[in-house]
Design a protein around this ligand. Structure first.
Ligand code: GDP
Ligand code: IMO
Ligand code: MG
Length: 434
């Protein structure tokens, strides 16, 4: 019953999509377990680029089951466009399965997301405005729509008649953008959703557990990153779901003892989109250079990502919260030809050296990075040749940088990514499915 989970170790956009796609060649099921279309996962295969938001990365390789677990929030309106794009690019959604327990993002959730952000003013989170927070709020408040509701006509009608007026009152109070839908028009829209994905809705916990029982290979594809976790991230500058290891279990209906390997994806430097503390942020030309060289612009919102040096206080926190058994280092090529590479190994807060990531936003705002500096490496001309040469032929300075990270975190860097393409990857482990 092998399973491999992929989790971002920073504030998202570490390259999870690329690595999920690399590793899922031999997977039977690829499961999203949290988040929604706030995610933007890029997969590059030769000259094709897939930008996935709500769909699991498994749709890129036909013949696999791509599962949307119960912990996900799903926007069916926007999924339709994504499905069209995937099919046009040669992917397939024949294997799409949607949990009957997964919550639906409604038009009013998006409008409420915008209104909440406006209301917060200078305290805004910088959300993707995809309605993620308001949908999870309704889940916890027990007034959400679940995918399974689409299959129960009487229940659906009853819920719409109860929930829509409630939401309209709230929207008026929040001065949100007006919602023109009526009980009748919303019902019609949801019947359209039923027609679109009704066949894919099932109990995905049973599906995944049965697959594991049969010895099939299951991948869990995390969205966002550990530092955006609702509990363990930089609250309140976080997303509204459980992005760390525990989220795999609650968000897909599998027990903790069924997760075999957890790959922490570590970008070789750090980025963050939206507001919130970022101790190793570079607000100088180097920050701009990393943004440019790394193409650090959001896949979902197009916003420029804030950039800074690698912060191992962050990654240690993530590793502890997620139980990383392997690291996947990504975007090392972006650091080519930078003479010196500082790595943040501790924070100085009120005159004290701190190595464990603090909960307090106030403390984080006062924290100063303590750096250990590494010699950079020279860039290469031929990435194919570099990859063929394997790990031992990587520039020595790069291997020193990686070795230090492995030692600090006590986790092996089993995957090394030196470019966006599926093939631009060095695999030091080989068989992931044993
Ligand atoms: P995700 O949200 O974690 O899946 O990451 P994103 O797709 O939002 O952002 C990662 C970006 O870096 C994408 O444009 C990827 O194609 C790209 N990428 C992934 N790995 C590498 C790498 O090793 N080198 C370079 N240069 N780009 C990479
Ligand atoms: P992937 O899966 C980077 C950030 C937003 C904002 C905060 C809350 O591509 O790594 P939300 O809309 O979720 O309520 O916004 O979380 N955020 C991400 N940042 N990558 C993501 O996903 C993100 N998803 C949400 O920018 O700061
Ligand atoms: Mg992304």
């Amino acid at each position: 019953m092998p399973s491999v989970a992929i989790i971002g170790s920073q504030w998202g956009d570490e390259g999870k999509g690329k690595i999920t796609d690399y590793l899922d060649e031999n997977a039977d099921l690829i499961v999203r377990f949290q988040g929604g279309n706030n995610a933007g996962h890029t997969i590059v295969v030769d000259d094709k680029v897939f930008k996935l938001h709500g769909l699991p990365s498994g749709v890129v390789r036909p013949g696999k089951l791509a599962v949307i677990g119960n912990g996900v929030v799903l926007n069916l309106e926007e999924l339709k466009d994504e499905i069209d794009q995937v099919i046009a690019a040669g992917g397939s959604i024949d294997g799409l399965r949607v949990s009957d327990r997964c919550h639906l993002i409604m038009g009013y959730h998006k409008k409420l997301d915008g209104a909440e952000e406006k209301y917060r003013g200078k305290n805004s989170v910088g959300t993707t405005k995809k309605g993620i927070g308001p949908t999870y709020q309704d889940k916890i408040a027990r007034i959400g729509f679940r995918a399974g509701d689409l299959l129960e006509d009487d229940l659906l009608k009853e819920k719409i008649a109860f929930i829509l007026p409630y939401k309209k009152d709230l929207m008026a109070m929040m001065e949100a953008e007006k919602c023109s839908c009526t009980v009748e028009s919303l019902y019609d829209k949801m019947v359209g959703w039923r027609d679109m994905i009704g066949k894919c809705i099932c109990d995905t916990s049973v599906l995944i557990n049965d697959a594991l029982d049969e010895g099939k290979n299951v991948m869990f594809e995390g969205a966002q990153g550990a530092m955006l976790d609702i509990d363990h991230g930089t609250y309140p500058y976080v997303t509204s779901s459980a992005t760390c290891g525990g989220g795999i279990c609650t968000g897909s209906g599998v027990a903790p003892n069924r997760i075999d390997k957890v790959v922490g994806v570590v970008k070789a430097y750090t980025t963050r989109v939206g507001e919130g503390p970022f101790v190793s942020e570079l607000k100088d030309e180097m920050g701009v250079e990393l943004q440019k060289k790394g193409g650090e612009f959001g896949v979902t919102t197009g916003r420029g990502r804030r950039c800074g040096w690698l912060d191992l206080v962050v990654v240690e926190h993530a590793s502890r919260m997620c139980g990383f058994t392997s690291l996947c280092m990504t975007k090392l090529d972006v650091l080519n030809d930078i003479p010196e590479l500082p790595v943040c190994v501790a924070y100085e807060i009120d005159g004290q050296e701190v190595k464990k990531f603090p909960a307090s936003i106030a403390k984080l705002e006062r924290a100063k990075p303590v750096y250990e500096t590494f010699k950079g490496w020279k860039g290469w001309k031929d990435t194919d040749a570099l990859v063929k040469g394997g790990y031992d032929n990587l520039p020595g300075e790069m291997r020193d940088y990686i070795a230090f990270i492995e030692k600090y975190l006590k986790v092996p860097a089993d995957l090394i990514s030196v470019g966006p393409d599926r093939d631009e990857t060095i695999d030091r482990k080989g068989d992931w499915w044993n």
